[in-house]
Write a new protein. Structure first.
Lengths: 250, 228
């Protein structure tokens, strides 16, 4: 009896030595527009490193407020450059970990009217509602407003604008055809075949630098640092490019 | 108005308008429904009651999502809107009223139903022996006896609409002067870190809610004593 117990204990001990190093979990706050690429990157990350990235999606503005009130995120992937910078300046993030993980592409999309020539469609104004993300909460909304102003169409379009509180909601308004058209992130149209689209030329709005940063809560987390390193790597960048983000401004 | 900037005053005004119109509409719709639920012997009665109560249990975003489809060009809302050349009832004050009615319905139907059930058969039987028609008995006997319940329902419906956020966020579109109500305005102020304005509106809402609940409790006591 004693011998069996000893053998069992020995086998157990030897097996545990062969098990992988304890895999860590990191909590990543992800801007809504980066939902699909983030999921793919997290899956690949888990495959390659064994670490698990738990993704939470939402509006960058809401995330920042939560972060300043002890939300348990360890990594912050924002839709803009402003909020990660504020996080560093106000002591919520680790300095020197901030970098641009993607540059956003704005797209005009419609399931109801033809927007292949977006500029003409916007100026013609043959629609009742135009959906954008709330500019105070989402940089794609700001970029949408900048685009309309650059085209000289903002004043005419202003009464027709409806705001979703995030880019995901702006997309929903157009997808359910409550708004005839609107500005969304190109990444949201990945795999979408319905409707027509117009990729907004980058020169019409300030670049949408999407920055990532390691938060103070994740400063000692191996999984968090590994995730950010993975995000900078070639495999992640290939995924990011595949979804229609720009990696470098030429 | 009252020395407050538009961005504070207009959401307040809109919220009060929305809550008032929704509550009045709710009373009109909920009272006959509550009467039926209280007195019907149909076999599917409780199933109907459960359906009416669904908005209490469903997350507002779920409710809001289905409303978005129903109010849009693919749903009945689109048909109604086309009567005046619009494509959808979403992003309109009318759409908000419909959303508020649906989400506050259980809070109004329950107290009224309970009040009618508490009236019981006896007073109505007595009324009919005194030659009152069923309709007259309803208006002159049942309704006054059930008035505390109607008051509770009205107050709950009003307060629930004032606090409604999830549904309005989903179907409103945040249009200043039309669908930017207090709850979504507070959300905006928080997003842009304008704490002073956010606190002003939110503090006002808390004070209002306190007054409403206190008034409801005191008034109900007075009504019940008077009716007994």
């Amino acid at each position: 009896m004693k011998l069996t117990g000893l053998v069992a204990a020995l086998v157990g001990f030897l097996t545990s030595l062969a098990a992988p190093v304890h895999a860590d979990v990191t909590h990543v706050a992800v801007a809504a527009n980066f939902t699909e690429p983030a999921k793919e990157i997290a899956a690949l990350f888990k495959q390659k490193t064994g670490h698990e990235a738990v993704l939470i999606f939402g509006a960058s503005g809401a995330f920042y407020t939560q972060i300043t009130h002890s939300a348990p995120f360890e990594v912050f992937l924002s839709a803009d450059a402003e909020r990660p910078k504020m996080a560093v300046d106000n002591g919520y993030a680790v300095p020197d970990t901030l970098f641009t993980y993607a540059i956003g592409k704005l797209v005009l999309w419609s399931r109801v009217i033809d927007v292949t020539n977006g500029e003409a469609a916007l100026k013609a104004g043959n629609f009742q509602k135009l959906s954008i993300a709330n500019p105070v909460a989402a940089p794609y909304g700001t970029a949408a407003v900048e685009t309309m102003k650059a085209l000289g169409a903002y004043d005419a379009l202003k009464p027709k604008i409806v705001q979703g509180n995030s880019i995901a909601q702006a997309f929903q308004f157009i997808d359910t055809r409550n708004a005839e058209l609107g500005f969304v992130a190109l990444s949201q149209l990945h795999g979408v075949t319905e409707g027509t689209r117009w990729e907004v030329p980058l020169k019409l709005h300030a670049p949408i630098f999407q920055d990532a940063v390691l938060l103070k809560t994740g400063a000692n987390s191996e999984a968090s640092k590994a995730f950010l390193a993975f995000l900078k790597g070639p495999e992640a960048r290939a995924i990011i490019a595949k979804f229609g983000y720009v990696l470098e401004l030429s | 108005m009252l020395g407050m900037p538009d961005e504070i005053w207009v959401p307040i005004k809109l919220t009060i308008e929305l809550a008032t119109i929704s509550t009045l509409s709710l009373l009109v719709v909920a009272t006959p429904l509550a009467w039926w639920l209280a007195r019907s012997k149909a076999w599917f009665k409780e199933a109907a009651a459960a359906i009416v109560s669904l908005p209490m249990v469903l997350p507002p975003t779920v409710l809001g999502f289905y409303l978005l489809i129903a109010l849009g060009p693919d749903g009945p809302g689109g048909l109604i809107a086309s009567l005046w050349g619009a494509r959808t009832l979403a992003f309109t004050f009318t759409g908000l009223v419909i959303g508020s009615i649906l989400s506050s319905m259980p809070f109004v139907v329950q107290p009224i139903r309970n009040a009618f059930a508490a009236v019981g058969d006896r007073p109505l039987e007595v009324a009919s022996t005194l030659r009152a028609s069923p309709r007259r008995a309803f208006w002159t006997v049942a309704l006054p006896l059930a008035s505390p319940g109607l008051l509770t329902g009205a107050v709950l419906g009003f307060a629930h609409t004032v606090g409604e956020f999830g549904v309005i966020l989903m179907i409103g579109g945040n249009i200043p002067g039309r669908t930017r109500v207090m709850s979504t305005a507070i959300f905006d102020f928080v997003e842009t870190m304008r704490w002073r304005e956010a606190n002003l509106l939110a503090g006002g809402m808390v004070a209002f809610a306190f007054v409403v609940i206190l008034a409801m409790t005191l008034l109900e006591k007075r009504f019940t004593r008077a009716g007994a």
